[in-house]
Design a protein around this ligand. Structure first.
Ligand code: 13P
Length: 253
């Protein structure tokens, strides 16, 4: 298995351009020259992307968009194109985040279109999936995960699927301080890997990185990363402060 862990910070709708540059510069200083066994990414709001890319120049930290349209250009008010994101210096993009799904009504088909657009323009998609508390309590977790993974990857060929990163983010754990237990997270990740193996094949599923997201903090990252199917983290709140994200980047198992 060659899965290089990925620690990703999702800055959501936080930080001014100045604050974003400050945080990026501190991260660049701490990561210069020392990250061979893991990848690090941050996803700032669009207005800060170019400035953050500049601040991270020469460091191994990558920058991602928080969403993307499938078209190169056109009449799509409020959207951002994959070409624009690439021009600004991003290499990855977060898709289907639970806030996009539940606050802005994005569904599996739309998310699949976005994912195909990202792949067509060589941006690594991070496809977020995860059940709500209601769905978990009704015993529907696996059905939801299977549907979101399958529909999110509809018509995606194996060669492209190999580039995709999945993020398991149980909605009830996002921003609540309630992390999934290591067992709950591992169980979901293993299930998702099984879905990927059924859609493609086991060797491919074994190469796809599955990140955990939902109240990841300095004090739970080490034990989460020790689980065999957890290949990294998608961090919200704790990615906004240098000290906490720095500790998460430098997790120890
Ligand atoms: P928190 O880490 O703040 O729970 O957010 C998780 C998340 O949504 C990352 O995309």
């Amino acid at each position: 298995m060659e899965r290089k862990p990925l620690i990703a910070g999702n800055w959501k709708m936080h930080l001014s351009i100045e604050e974003a540059v400050q945080l990026a510069s501190s991260l660049a200083d701490c990561c210069r020259g020392g990250l061979d066994d893991r990848e690090v990414m941050v996803a700032p709001p669009y207005t800060s992307v170019a400035a953050v890319v500049k601040a991270l120049k020469g460091s191994p930290i990558q920058v991602a968009g928080q969403n993307v349209c499938w078209e190169k250009e056109g009449a799509f008010t409020g959207e951002i194109s994959p070409v624009m994101l690439k021009e600004a210096g991003t290499t990855m993009v977060i898709l289907g985040h639970s806030e996009r799904r539940h606050i802005f009504g994005e569904g599996d088909e739309l998310i699949n279109r976005r994912l195909q657009g990202a792949l067509a323009f060589d941006l690594t998609p991070i496809l977020c999936v995860g059940e709500t508390l209601d769905e978990r309590e009704q015993g529907a977790t696996f059905d939801v995960l299977e549907r979101q993974v399958t529909k999110g990857l509809q018509n995606v060929a194996a060669i492209d699927a190999a580039e995709v990163v999945i993020a398991y983010e149980p909605v009830w754990a996002i921003g609540t301080g309630k992390t999934a237990s290591n067992d709950q997270a591992q169980e979901a990740h293993k299930f998702i890997r099984g879905v990927l193996a059924a859609l493609y094949e086991k060797t491919l599923a074994d190469k796809i990185r599955i990140l955990y997201g939902g109240s990841v903090k300095p004090d739970n990252i080490d034990s989460l990363m020790a689980e065999p199917d957890i290949d990294g983290a998608l961090v919200g709140g704790a990615a906004l402060k240098f000290e906490s994200f720095d500790r998460i980047i430098h997790y120890k198992i």
